[in-house]
Structures are given as structure tokens and as C-alpha cells.
Design a protein around this ligand. Structure first.
Ligand code: HEM
Length: 517
């Protein structure tokens, strides 16, 4: 079993330059995978001639994610790249530390949540991870949690460049540019804010003055602090240090907010471009809400088309892009010898777009395919949105229900007319006036057709996609959009309110008043 070396390398940057220049962050690896579908790993050159592997078969995925999971660790460059933004925390814990912390931290997310209707992803994460209403923090801190968070996560191009270089050569402290200073300041302020919240909660718990405003269930922070005390009493282990807690909180905030937000953005994109699917989903949701005006977790999970739609969303538009590993010892997998220190890339959606697994329409959006899984498509390793094995996403069920709840809320009340795109090539010379518009509806020939994909990016997301009401109902829509879509518009900062119409926009119809919901 041999792996295959990719050709056409840059002497210094190997294939890395091509990755950044690609139309989207998964394009290049998908090309390789389609070109060499039969090899368990694809071998390529990375920076400075270093060799790296891309995991390329179901069996190799199983070996890296399950059988030999702790023989692969997160590579230092990735810890610097992602850890700088999302905190070190559980995502970067290894071996025994990972096993122990995972057992402790997954607790709050194994409980189904029942009351998230109409909460934003960030708001939801604020409540479940920190146990606070993020909006209420505005009266205490000069800049909101959301603002600081998006300065760190959603950097301008120069900031993004510094961020990527810093992952390979630590230059962060020495770059006197504004973009860098803004990043450092926002990162410090964010951590300071979290540190304050941790210390205050600790004091409140100690003094017995903590009020569970958000109901009886424990948020992650309260859970961590209480478990920490219990662990100390039972095993004598030192409680978590405040900075470690801050890292875990950042991990859960970033992992839990960004990914889910991306999935919902793509959900609206699909609904806007594929009206038959939108109609079918609405029919199921409307009938459901008639008979279950206050739906529970179990009832929502029992909706077959919504379940298929959500899984298909995460298959075709998988928000997590890459999860690199590094072999911690010499090892042989699927007949391929992997020397210690080799970088091994798990490209999350690689298996999702393989025709050998999903059929010739692998990249088309078709929720019904989930009714007839057979052969390789029925393998757990064919669907990797949350990966598999001991490092599988602990927020999987939480994310699934959050996406479904938001889709129920949106689809029951709105019709998505299409993606409106104004072609800059035919814009009036100098006048800034639009001359011709292109409405993307009726099926998708390509993943993300008509929108720009962020690259480089930690997640798979549409860039500059905004949302607005259809022209004949603008007034109503604007009001209603702010009533119902803050969950997307304001929290994500991704689907912006479209005021200048220079970027593609999802158009909403007037609120559909038919039906009783
Ligand atoms: C659609 C939504 C989501 C997707 C696609 C997703 C995907 C993933 C993936 C692929 C990983 C593995 C990363 C790696 O090992 O390199 C992961 C890990 C993780 N996810 Fe999620 N996630 C989602 C939502 C959430 C939510 C809602 C939370 C919690 C609030 C969460 C918390 C975490 C944490 C803490 C880890 C690290 C687990 C570990 O290393 O043991 N995620 N997620």
C-alpha cells in the first residue's frame, strides 16, 4: 500500500501556498482525493520540504481517530494557530490529561436542552458555557464580549496574515502594526473579562450567594468550579487554575459558537437556493408546530426531514475544515509506514464529497439520501462533521438541536426567496448604480455557488453574505428581521444587514402569516 506524492511543489512553501490561493479551504485536498481515491494516505510537501500526509480512506480515518487515537497529537504549529484564538483547553489536551478532562468537561453537554427557541448561537453559548447573559455584561465592561470575540476571530486580511505567519514563526510580540495591536488588545480584554467572571463565580459559590438565574441546570463554568472542589476532596488533586479554566471556556465558546453559526448560515443559503427542499421542510415544521406548540427536545429530534436536512447540511457544508495531527511515534497504518513527527491531516469533509462513498451526486444537497444509506455511506467514518472516537465533538447533540431549533424558528415564519447577487461587471460606470441582478435559485451546481468562501479560515464559511427583506415588503421585513434574526445577524456578524448591496444577499419574503404559529 503506497501513498502518493503530490507534484508541482514550491521550493520553500511546498503545497501551502496553493492551499491559501485556492477558491476555498478544502478545494486542493478534495482535488487530490478525487485524483487518488484508492490510497489510504496522500503524501505531500509542506513548508521547508517537510513531508505531510492527508488521511484518505475510511479505514485510515478509523485508525487515526479510534484505534490509535492517542498515538497522534495536535502539531505545535496548529496549537499556536488555533490555540491563540480558541484557547489551549480540551482541544489541545493529550493522552491521559485529555481522557481525564474530557470526562469532566463533557458533563453539561450530555443533557438535552429544551428551551433554546429564539436564542442566538452566541447567546446560547453565553448561557450554557458561562451561565451569564452576555448582553448584561455591557453595563460592566466598555466593550461587549461579542465585539472582542469577533475582533479576535474575524480578523482583517493583514491581521489574518500575521496570525498565519505567527503559527510558524512566533512574531506576534514584535509586529508594531495596528492590526496586530488590535488583536492583542482584544485577546487580552477577552481573557480579562473571562477571568473576572471566573473569579466572581468562584467567590459567589464559596459565599453561597450564586443565584442560578438561568434555571436549575449548571452551566459549564459553575460545573467546572463545583467539580473541581469535589475532585480535590475526593482525590486531593489541585483545582483548575483560573487561566486553565479561561482556556477551556474559550475552547467551548469558539467551538460551540462559530461552527453552529456557520451551519445555520449555510442552512439559509440552501433554503434560498433550493425551494423544493424549503417547501418540504416548512410543510413538516408547520404540521409539527400545530400539534406541538411547545416542542420538547425529544419531539424535535423525532422530525425526520429536519434531521436529514441538518445532517446533509453538515455533510455538504461541514463547518470544521481541518484537524491536523502529528504521529507521536513510528507507526504503520493501512500498510503505510508513518515516522514519528509526521504531520497527518484530517480534512473533515474529504470523505463527504467522495463519489465512491456517496454516489455520483456526492456534492449535491439531497436530504433524502439519508433514508437509504448503504455500503460505505453507512460507515460512521463516512460522516466526519464531528469526527469520531475519543476526541469526537462533545457538543454534537447540543449543536444538532441548536441548529434544528433555529431552523424551526426561521422556516416557520419566513420564506427565503433566493440569493440576490449584483454583478459588479455590469454595474454603472462610476455611478455605483446596479444594472443587472442575478438571483440564485433552483438547485446548486457547486458547493457555495455565488458566494465567496473565507480562506484562510478556521471554519468553512461564506464571506460577506448579508440578509434583507424583499423590496415590496421592506418595512415589515426590516422590523421582523431584527425581531427574529438577531440570532444570526447580530451574533454571527456573518450575515450582516445588507445596507450597501455590494455583496450577495439572502432575500426574505414578508413574514408568512398563513398557519396559526
Ligand atoms: C455544528 C457544530 C459543531 C461542529 C461541526 C463541531 C465539530 C467539531 C470537531 C470536528 C471537533 C474535533 C476537533 C479536533 O479534534 O481537532 C470538535 C471538537 C470539540 N468541540 Fe465541537 N463542533 C460543533 C459544535 C460544538 C459545540 C456546540 C460545542 C460546545 C458548546 C463544541 C465543543 C467542542 C470541544 C470542547 C471540542 C474538543 C474535544 C476534544 O478534543 O476532546 N463543539 N468539534
Amino acid at each position: 500500500r503506497v501513498s502518493i506524492m503530490t507534484d508541482d511543489n514550491n521550493v520553500i512553501l511546498g503545497q501551502e501556498l496553493k492551499k491559501f490561493r485556492a477558491h476555498n479551504p478544502i478545494e486542493l485536498q478534495l482535488d487530490w482525493s478525487r485524483r487518488w481515491p484508492d490510497t489510504p494516505f496522500i503524501r505531500y510537501f509542506s513548508i521547508a520540504g517537510k513531508e505531510a500526509l492527508v488521511v484518505n480512506s475510511l479505514a485510515a480515518h478509523k485508525a487515526v481517530l479510534q484505534t490509535h487515537v492517542y498515538d497522534f497529537v495536535k502539531p505545535p504549529f496548529f496549537t499556536r494557530l488555533a490555540g491563540e484564538i480558541v484557547g489551549k483547553g480540551l482541544l489541545f489536551a493529550e493522552g491521559e490529561d485529555h481522557r481525564r478532562e474530557r470526562k469532566l468537561l463533557a458533563g453539561p453537554f450530555s443533557v438535552p436542552m429544551t428551551d433554546t427557541l429564539s436564542k442566538s448561537t452566541m447567546h446560547t453559548v453565553g448561557v450554557t458555557v458561562l451561565g451569564v447573559d452576555l448582553d448584561a455584561l455591557l453595563s460592566i465592561y466598555p466593550r461587549s464580549f461579542q465585539e472582542l470575540y469577533s475582533t479576535v476571530f474575524d480578523q482583517e486580511p493583514l491581521g489574518g496574515l500575521i496570525w498565519v505567519i505567527n503559527a510558524f514563526v512566533p512574531i506576534r510580540r514584535f509586529v508594531p502594526l495596528k492590526a496586530n495591536k488590535r488583536f492583542i488588545q482584544a485577546n487580552q480584554d477577552l481573557r480579562e473579562m473571562l477571568r473576572d467572571i471566573v473569579e466572581k463565580r468562584n467567590a459567589d459559590l464559596r459565599d453561597g450567594t450564586f443565584v442560578r438565574e438561568m434555571g436549575e441546570s449548571r452551566d459549564l463554568l459553575t460545573y467546572m468550579l463545583e467539580e473541581s472542589v469535589l475532585q480535590q476532596q475526593q482525590t486531593g488533586r489541585e483545582p483548575w487554575a483560573v487561566d486553565d479554566i479561561v482556556d477551556h471556556l474559550l475552547n467551548f465558546t469558539a467551538a460551540g459558537h462559530e461552527t453552529t453559526a456557520d451551519a445555520i448560515s449555510w442552512g439559509l443559503y440552501v433554503l434560498s437556493t433550493t425551494h423544493e427542499i424549503q417547501d418540504q421542510l416548512r410543510t413538516e415544521i408547520r404540521a409539527f408546530l400545530m400539534s406541538h406548540p411547545e416542542p420538547t427536545y425529544e419531539k424535535i429530534n423525532g422530525l425526520p426531514y429536519l434531521h436529514n436536512f441538518t445532517r446533509e447540511l453538515l455533510r455538504v457544508y461541514s463547518p470544521a475544515i481541518t484537524s491536523p495531527r502529528q504521529a507521536s511515534k513510528d507507526i504503520v497504518i493501512e500498510g503505510v509506514y508513518i515516522p514519528k513527527g509526521t504531520q497527518v491531516d484530517l480534512q473533515i469533509s474529504l470523505m463527504h464529497h467522495r463519489q465512491e462513498i456517496w454516489g455520483p451526486d456526492a456534492s449535491n444537497f439531497n436530504p433524502d439520501r439519508w433514508n437509504k444509506l448503504a455500503g460505505d455511506s453507512a460507515s460512521p467514518y463516512a460522516f466526519q462533521a464531528f469526527i469520531q472516537g475519543p476526541r469526537m465533538c462533545p457538543g454534537k447533540n447540543f449543536a444538532m438541536i441548536e441548529i434544528k431549533v433555529m431552523l424551526i424558528e426561521l422556516v416557520s415564519k419566513w420564506r427565503f426567496l433566493g440569493i440576490e447577487r449584483w454583478d459588479s461587471a455590469v454595474m454603472g460606470e462610476g455611478s455605483g448604480e446596479k444594472k443587472e441582478r442575478d438571483l440564485l435559485v433552483g438547485g446548486e451546481e457547486a458547493v457555495g455557488r455565488g458566494v465567496k468562501l473565507a480562506n484562510p479560515s478556521l471554519t468553512f464559511r461564506p464571506e460577506g453574505l448579508s440578509i434583507r427583506g424583499g423590496s415590496e415588503t421592506e418595512v415589515i421585513c426590516y422590523k421582523e428581521v431584527f425581531q427574529y434574526v438577531p440570532l444570526i445577524l447580530l451574533a454571527l456578524g456573518r450575515l450582516r444587514y445588507n445596507d450597501n448591496q455590494s455583496s450577495p444577499a439572502i432575500i426574505l419574503s414578508e413574514r408568512d402569516w398563513a398557519g396559526t404559529f
